[in-house]
Ligand binder design. Structure first.
Ligand code: MF3
Ligand code: CO
Length: 273
């Protein structure tokens, strides 16, 4: 068993002495925890593949919820969102101007031309994983397709910026500089998060950070990167009726993609491919 915190403790404390924010030992996973979290991630990816194979125009978002919950149970796993802080369903389905936390509903259907984020989180043997994908339903407008492609590139650049002995802020700077250069905006209120032993752990991964700021990145850390990119303004509003769903304030489209990644000794590994 490799205990990465122990292995790098002196180096971490050296950064701390220099005034940097450093991870506590529980945020740096050991090799056994990493193996368990990877198993959870594998199932989470299979769930998303199952959604990808079945999603289509005309189906309700409740049918997506049914696909996710039955497939997850068949694999002896648990849907992490279900009853998480009172969340009523097993998955989040966010369409067009919904930024995140769209709640599946049997009266809400997917239409040709929609873009929808399906956000899946799994607990397997007590270990958590989290990832989301965008789906384009039938033929979508060039603007919507462009937003989805920009969002995927934001995630790719954010992952590329996540390196051992770098900082959380490096990720947000990489994402926001690209998004803004493409005329889009980045949601600031929500972000990625540590994941593995709990659904949401530290650190908070802002998608609008500044290089060389925030928590030090150490081999063994596992967290999500999940940029929410808006076609219009960054401002968002909370659905005060259901208490969960976040919309763009200006009613323009929003897209999001998410991976769980591991910081390794020479870069990172995407665990939710
Ligand atoms: N899956 C979301 C994330 O990426 C969290 C959703 S919380 C829920 O962090 F309760 F809505 F599921
Ligand atoms: Co997440």
């Amino acid at each position: 068993m490799i205990d990465y915190y122990k292995k790098y403790e002196d180096k971490i404390l050296e950064y701390k002495k220099q005034g940097h924010i450093v991870p506590t030992s529980d945020l740096v996973k050991n090799s056994e925890q990493i193996a368990k979290i990877k198993e959870s991630c594998k199932i989470n990816t299979a769930v998303l593949d199952h959604v990808a194979a079945n999603i289509k125009a005309g189906m309700s978002t409740q049918q997506i919820d049914d696909l996710v919950s039955s497939f997850t149970k068949e694999h002896n796993a648990i849907c992490a969102p279900y009853r998480f802080e009172g969340y009523p369903k097993s998955v989040c389905t966010s369409i067009n101007d919904e930024v995140c936390h769209g709640i599946p509903n049997r009266r809400v259907h997917l239409h040709e031309g929609d873009i929808v984020n399906v956000d899946v989180s799994t607990i397997y043997n007590g270990y958590y994983s989290d990832a989301s994908r965008m789906f384009e339903i039938g033929k979508v407008s060039d603007e919507r397709h462009r937003l989805v492609e920009i969002t995927k590139e934001c995630l790719r650049r954010g992952i590329e910026a996540a390196k051992p002995w770098g900082f959380v802020g490096d990720i947000g700077e990489a994402i926001s500089s690209y998004a803004l250069s493409m005329g889009c905006s980045v949601v600031v209120e929500l972000g990625g998060h540590g994941v593995g032993l709990e659904f949401h752990e530290d650190p908070f991964i802002s998608h609008v950070g500044k290089k060389n700021t925030g928590m030090l990145l150490v081999p063994g850390m596992i967290f999500t990167i999940e940029p929410m990119i808006n076609a219009g303004k960054a401002r968002v509003v909370l659905d005060s009726y259901n208490g969960w769903t976040i919309y763009t304030a200006d009613g323009k489209d929003s897209a999001q993609v998410e991976h769980t990644i591991l910081i390794t000794e020479d870069g990172n590994e995407i665990l939710t491919y």
